[in-house]
Design a protein around this ligand. Structure first.
Ligand code: ADP
Ligand code: MG
Length: 223
C-alpha cells in the first residue's frame, strides 16, 4: 500500500455565526487508504468532509491536497477540483428528478467537459456490478431508496475520483443493505485507487476500518 500523504489538514477552524463547527483540526491522510470518522451529531463531521471536498472554505487553517492548499484556489479552480478529483456520496442523494438515471450519472462528466464513451461504459459496468442496469433509463422517483443510493454511488464514481467522501451513506438503509453499500464503496475505492473517507455512526461498520477518527465538539479526540 502506498504511504504517500495525500491530505494535510492544518489547524483548521470553521466558525458559523452562532457555532464553532471546527475548533482546530490537524490530520493527515494517505493516498489510497480508508478512513472512518465517528462522533456525536453536531461534532463537526460533515463540516470537515465539506472542507476536504472543497464545498466550503475554512475560517482559519490549511486544507492541503497533493501539496496544494485549497484555501488558495479561486472559486473556479475549487469547482474544477470538486469535479475532477472528488466523489461525494451523501445520505440524502441529490439525483435530479428531471432526468433519467443514466443522464444523472453522466452529468458530472458533461459539466466538466469530459463526456466520453469511457464514462458511459464505466457507468454501465458499475450498474451491472450494483444490479441497477434496469434502472438506467428510469427516473429517480421510479426507484427504491436503495436503488437510488446505488445510482448515486455510480455518479460519484463516474469520473474516477481520487478522493471519495461519504457522509452517512447508509443512513437510510437497513443493516444488510448498509453492509453491502459499505463493502461496495470500499472495493470500488480500491479499484480506483481512491482515498475513501466515510462518516457513520453505525458501530458495526465502524469497527472494520483500521483508520478511525473520533470527533467531539469540533476537535479530534484520541480514543
Ligand atoms: P455533524 O455532521 O457531526 O453532525 P456538522 O458538521 O453538521 O456536525 O455541524 C457542526 C456544528 O456546526 C453544529 O453545531 C451545526 O449546527 C453547525 N453548523 C453546521 N453547518 C452550519 C451552517 N451552514 N450554518 C450554521 N451552523 C452550522
Ligand atoms: Mg453530519
Amino acid at each position: 500500500m502506498s504511504t504517500n500523504i495525500m491530505i494535510k489538514v492544518e489547524s483548521v477552524k470553521k466558525f458559523y455565526k452562532k457555532s464553532h463547527a471546527l475548533n482546530g483540526i490537524t490530520l493527515s491522510m494517505n493516498e489510497g487508504e480508508e478512513y472512518l470518522i465517528r462522533g456525536a451529531s453536531g461534532s463537526g463531521k460533515s463540516t470537515l468532509l465539506y472542507l476536504l471536498g472543497g464545498l466550503d472554505r475554512p475560517t482559519e487553517g490549511k486544507v492541503i491536497v497533493n501539496q496544494k492548499n485549497l484555501v488558495d484556489l479561486s472559486d473556479e479552480d475549487l469547482a474544477l477540483y470538486r469535479n475532477r478529483y472528488v466523489g461525494f456520496v451523501f445520505q440524502f442523494h441529490f439525483l435530479l428528478s428531471s432526468m433519467n438515471c443514466l443522464d444523472n450519472i453522466l452529468l458530472p462528466g458533461r459539466l466538466g467537459g469530459v463526456y466520453s464513451d469511457e464514462v458511459m461504459s464505466r457507468a454501465k459496468q458499475l450498474a451491472k456490478i450494483l444490479s441497477v442496469e434496469h434502472c438506467l433509463e428510469k427516473y429517480p422517483y421510479e426507484l427504491s431508496g436503495g436503488e437510488q443510493q446505488r445510482i448515486n454511488i455510480i455518479r460519484a464514481l463516474s469520473l474516477k475520483p481520487k478522493l471519495l467522501l461519504c457522509d452517512e451513506p447508509t443512513g437510510n438503509l437497513d443493516s444488510e443493505n448498509s453492509q453491502k453499500v459499505i463493502q461496495l464503496l470500499r472495493s470500488l475505492a480500491k479499484e480506483f485507487h481512491a482515498t475513501l473517507v466515510v462518516v457513520t455512526h453505525d458501530p458495526q461498520i465502524a469497527q472494520s476500518f483500521s483508520n478511525q477518527l473520533l470527533m467531539k465538539d469540533g476537535l479530534l479526540v484520541t480514543q
